[in-house]
Design a protein around this ligand. Structure first.
Ligand SMILES: [Zn+2]
Length: 458
């Protein structure tokens, strides 16, 4: 076996340096010695390689050959290694925290130890890290100093996922494959009430994609039921169903309200915000985000018109409130807020202000690349009005980006309210879009500290 691999290995060609055989002998000694707990830290592997006269620059080549022959499994210590299996062999500098398992069978047992954990410890596919470290992996079986690396390895294989901010681990394989009473819990779409739908389509799906998304959604403070390919969120007034369609490489998100008069925009927008952040910024995989025409869905058209999220954003930047769906002989006029409540910002309706009639705008007090700030008055209070001014030569892409930034600013500012933070009073999406914020008479902190202080900081 070893001979065959060595012959095929391009680096080695025909002649085999004797250190390969010395290293093989040393491995056998290690196996005999550490058979029960065969985790050998990189430092020790380095020392053994040196004793076998393996040149420093060849250590990785030697390790690769023995990994191919099934004699060992090597895990690099860098963060990147855990996230991407293809980057297991990272640069020589990153190997300090890596380790080698000299009995590959042991890794299989470790995987099995997780998925066969006693059901008393696991509830809804969740296991506390404390139980895992004390009961499933006692120090006599798994050395505590390799726990972190093993977590990364098991995550890269999609076996476990740590839920950020909680001391809990999700084990997707222990989740139910479907939710039996989904039909009953997810009521039929009532054409009188609003339903929002969004599709995330992928050309490439990394392993464990939906589980990775799930661990982030499970952090939201809602009631939910979840299974291997779905989550049903229940937030008092609305439901949101997030499903992974394996055959279509697609995640769909749909939100419905419980009563006709209510609007599921807030729940829908917050779920999509998390999904987009995880997919685009954390996992960084390319995704096509599409919105099916709600009128087509009500008419039960099998292949509804799909609007790209991008086209909705472009319409919003041009202050267009209507999108047109042309299907068969029909034309559906769909208000933007029914397609994308987050782009139309109807989930922040309470903060909407009409600048022309509600705010009197006075002198200019500041200017940035894409905005001018004025002093103004709103409800007898002095305010600062930040008006977005997009230069005429600005491309559509840049304009969309500026408006995404603007919506993000409104969301963040409304979320964080504190006496030390500038308060968001309101916003307007009509032309020009504007933010109305608390007026700070001493200007911004940076200029205050670095400029001529009329008043001391105290
Ligand atoms: Zn339509």
């Amino acid at each position: 076996m070893l001979d065959n691999i060595i012959i095929q290995h391009p680096v080695l060609s025909e002649s085999l340096p004797s250190y390969y055989l010395h290293f093989k002998e040393a491995l056998e000694v290690l196996k005999a010695k550490f058979g029960n707990m065969p985790v050998v830290e990189w430092e020790m592997i380095g020392a053994i390689a040196e004793r076998c006269q393996v040149p420093k620059t060849k250590i990785i080549d030697v390790i690769k050959v023995f990994q191919l022959s099934g004699d060992l499994v090597y895990f690099a210590g860098s963060e990147a290694a855990g996230e991407n299996q293809n980057e297991k062999f990272v640069s020589h500098l990153d190997q300090k925290l890596g380790f080698v398992i000299v009995e590959p069978q042991w890794i299989t047992q470790l995987f099995a130890s997780i998925v066969s954990t006693h059901s008393d410890y696991i509830k809804n596919g969740l296991l506390s890290r404390e139980v895992l470290e004390k009961e499933v992996w006692p120090p006599s079986v798994v050395p505590p100093n390799v726990h972190d690396q093993l977590f990364r390895v098991l995550s890269s294989y999609g076996i476990i996922f740590h839920i950020p901010g909680q001391d809990t681990i999700l084990i997707p394989s222990l989740l139910d494959t479907k939710l039996d009473n989904l039909q009953a819990l997810w009521p039929a779409h009532n054409p009188r009430s609003i339903q929002f739908t969004r599709f995330y389509s992928f050309t490439f799906v990394p392993s464990g994609l939906f589980s990775r998304v799930m661990v982030h959604l499970l952090q939201l403070k809602h009631n939910y039921q979840y299974w291997q390919t779905g989550i049903l969120v229940d937030d008092e007034s609305s439901f949101c169903l997030i499903q992974y369609h394996v055959d279509k490489n697609r995640i769909s998100v749909a939100a419905r309200s419980k009563k006709d008069v209510e609007n599921p925009a807030v729940l829908f927008s917050s779920i999509n915000e998390v999904l987009e952040a995880v997919i685009e910024h954390q996992l960084r995989i390319s995704v096509q985000i599409e919105i099916p025409c709600p009128q087509c869905l009500i008419s039960q058209i099998l292949q509804p018109t799909l609007f790209t999220k991008h086209s909705c954003e472009a319409a919003a930047t041009q202050h267009k409130g209507i999108m047109e769906c042309q299907i068969f002989e029909e034309t559906h006029q769909i208000p933007l807020y029914k397609l994308a409540p987050d782009i139309a910002m109807i989930d922040f309706e309470c903060r909407r202000i009409t600048i022309d009639s509600q705010v009197s705008v006075g002198e200019e007090i500041g200017k940035g690349a894409f905005a001018t700030v004025y002093k103004g008055t709103f409800e007898n209070k002095t305010v600062a009005v930040k008006m977005i001014d997009i230069p005429k030569k600005c491309s559509e892409e840049k304009t969309i980006e500026i408006m995404q930034e603007f919506r993000h600013e409104v969301r963040m500012m409304s979320r964080f309210q504190h006496s030390c933070l500038v308060e968001l009073i309101g916003f307007s999406l009509s032309s020009p879009s504007a933010l109305v914020v608390e007026y700070l008479q001493f200007g911004d902190l940076y200029n205050y500290i670095h400029g001529n202080q009329q008043y001391p900081l105290e």
